[in-house]
Design a protein around this ligand. Structure first.
Ligand SMILES: [Ca+2]
Ligand SMILES: [Ca+2]
Length: 642
């Protein structure tokens, strides 16, 4: 059973062991990757030893280590000598053992051995150590254990099943990380459900502050610790001495898997696209890099933190992950650690956006908060509906040009609702762009950017009575991002709105899109309580039934409307949209169409193990449990099995 990886990046991290747990309980092999030339790791916990007690050693490997890997044996005299003498026994490239008697001539004077290390003269060499034994003069063998605190230029993976708790509390390891940053993530996941006897885990940060978290009995769990910890230990508390299975302990992302050939997965997560930029949007957090069940910090707007926040499977995609908040009181939202690219601060971005999915139980008409550290980016005025339930809606908020938030910060997002039950995904930031940079035609997060006005010099008007439009349409500077452009409409006659000529990508019609979205900014002089109209040519997408407040004044608000699929609008059309007002003074920007995932969304799934727990039909409509190569309908979605 090889589900355990313990991956420590040794360039800047050392594992110095723990207490009250038994490394003897590690039943599998330890895999060591030497990341640099002359990388080294300690092979022997029992040092110092005397050659009067032992005559030699043997190291067993799963496969023959390459020539260039050697065992180095030294005494204190050798260690003090900068020419590093000692006894070196090199791998022959074919044997799965490196073994030797201690050189009695070399150790004739100083008979106490202080170093037995494994060394690789070459970088990027991985070996799997099965067993290390010391051999006594009567040929009896004593198994010894690795001392992973010794050495450099190595990564250590331990492939194993179980760790024995000798007592109630066990420390799983101490890490020190001289170059730790606030964005580091330490993650421990359990390969099997942990027993009810493991109650709690604790970690101690670099300031020696203890942090505790309870574990739900009998459930698989993972622990995620984020922060700039220069020293860190993880302790589990059990009700009695016991054995638990550790699936993995990782610092940040494991660089690569499978080199040891045994890196099986236990509750592993998908790959994240964090850090990628698309259509001018930086994707900051898609949660794909987290294991399901990972705890998320709850941020209290006031009073103390309440509620449950975890990374869970996406409600619409069993393979995807999203942040899930279940409230138990008002004044709590989720908190995410964001680190922008090198040299950037929040001033370099004009918008923050994310996807919001409200479950059926999430109650309506509560306020959205978006806070970066202690700077409030957005708080709803009034109590608007945050969007349709049981579907993803995009929420986007403008960032002031003079916002003072640095490269790394805590982003606190959520709805102030004691009955809150919602998901957040794909937290992203729009780069402030130089004048004239348009992203029209690009697709960001499934949304086609139709018109951002960055390359526009004028905007047309349209009157629904077919008469000459009344009012003035123009391109003006964005009031919250002065280098950017937006469309302005001033005046009106209740029947005139903006008109934008749209050409969809080749082969697409309006039916390929399920929603339209744009940003609205009402200047302070804009007359309130008027109806919004959105139509494509003569096909009405949306018109308000009532005279509602479209948005609070002097802030950007996202407007989003579903598109009835019962339309015959083709590849090109005139998009007519705006507030039907006789005293209008508003801005519109960033008009987008949401791609229909059912029209375009054949997703790729790598193997059939990911298909478990799904409702699967063949393309001909026969329910099946087994899949081979081909196209299937999984949970109502078309999926290609490679
Ligand atoms: Ca996601
Ligand atoms: Ca714009």
């Amino acid at each position: 059973m090889m589900i355990c990886t313990l991956a420590i990046h040794a360039e800047d991290v050392t594992l110095s062991g723990g207490y009250n747990y038994s490394i003897e309980g590690l039943t599998g092999s330890i895999s060591v990757k030497f990341t640099g030339a002359y990388g080294e790791m300690g092979l022997c916990k029992a040092l110092p030893i005397s050659i009067d007690d032992y005559k030699g050693f043997r190291v067993e490997f799963d496969e023959a280590p390459p020539v260039g890997v050697q065992v180095k044996v030294q005494n204190a005299t050798d260690v003090a000598d900068t020419s590093y003498p000692g006894q070196y026994t090199q791998a022959d490239g074919t044997s799965t053992e490196i073994a030797a008697d201690f050189n009695t001539e070399h150790f004739a004077t100083d008979r106490t051995i202080t170093v037995i290390n494994l060394q690789s003269n070459d970088a990027n060499v991985t070996v799997n150590i099965k067993k290390v034994v010391l051999i006594k003069h009567d040929n009896t063998e004593v198994q010894t254990y690795y001392d992973t605190s010794v050495g450099y230029n190595k990564q250590v993976y331990i492939y194993s099943a179980d760790v024995n708790f000798k007592e109630q509390y066990a420390m799983l390891g101490n890490w020190s990380n001289s170059s730790a940053t606030a964005n580091d993530t330490y993650q421990v996941t359990f390969g099997t459900a942990i027993g009810a006897d493991v109650l709690q885990w604790k970690y101690t940060d670099g300031d020696n502050t203890d942090h505790y978290k309870n574990i739900d009995p009998g459930t698989s769990a993972s622990i995620t610790i984020e922060g700039a910890y220069s020293g860190l230990g993880i302790q589990l508390k059990a009700s009695s001495a016991t054995t638990i299975n550790i699936a993995s302990i990782k610092l940040n992302e494991e660089e690569e898997g499978g080199e040891g050939g045994e890196g099986g997965q236990g509750g592993d997560s998908g790959s994240s696209n964090n850090g990628t930029v698309s259509g001018g949007w930086l994707l900051a957090e898609d949660f794909e890099g987290f294991a399901a069940g990972t705890a998320i910090t709850v941020y209290p707007i006031k009073y103390q933190a309440k509620g449950t926040a975890t990374v869970d499977a996406s409600p619409t995609d069993a393979d995807g992950k999203a942040a899930h908040f279940v409230a138990s009181d008002y004044n709590n939202i989720m908190e995410f650690s964001i680190t922008l690219p090198e040299g950037k601060t929040l001033k370099d971005y004009s918008n923050v956006a994310f996807d919001l999915y409200r479950t059926a139980t999430d109650t309506d008409n509560r306020q959205m908060f978006v806070i970066a550290d202690n700077v409030t980016i957005h708080q709803d005025t009034g109590y608007p509906n945050q969007g349709a339930k049981e579907t993803w809606v995009e929420k986007s908020y403008a960032l002031d040009e003079d916002i003072s938030v640095g490269q790394s910060f805590k982003l606190r997002i959520g709805i102030n609702n004691d009955k809150g039950n919602y998901y957040i995904d794909n937290i992203r930031f729009k780069e402030r762009v130089p004048a004239g940079t348009s992203y029209n035609g690009q697709v960001v997060n499934g949304w086609l950017i139709v018109e951002d006005f960055e390359a526009a010099t004028s905007v047309d008007l349209w009157d629904k009575n077919g008469i000459t439009p009344t009012g003035t349409g123009s391109i003006v500077a964005n009031p919250t991002a002065s280098t950017e452009k937006v469309a302005s409409f001033v005046g009106g006659n209740y029947d005139t709105v903006l008109s934008i000529s749209v050409t969809l990508p080749e082969g697409k019609t309006l039916k390929n899109y399920t929603d339209i979205s744009f940003m609205l900014y009402r200047n302070s002089g804009d007359s309130n309580y008027k109806k919004m109209l959105v139509q494509a040519d003569d096909f009405k997408i949306h018109e308000d039934d009532n005279y509602i407040q479209q948005a609070p004044a002097t802030t950007w608000t996202e407007k989003s409307y579903p598109i009835d699929q019962n339309n015959t609008i083709g590849n090109t059309f005139n998009l007519r949209l705006g507030i039907q007002s006789n005293a209008a003074d508003y801005l519109i920007d960033y008009i987008r169409l949401k791609e229909d995932p059912n029209a375009t969304g054949i997703s790729m799934i790598a193997n059939d193990s990911e298909m478990k727990n799904n409702v699967i039909y063949t393309i001909s409509g026969v329910r099946t449990q087994k899949v081979t190569k081909g196209i299937y309908i999984v949970n109502g979605k078309k999926v290609v099995i490679k």
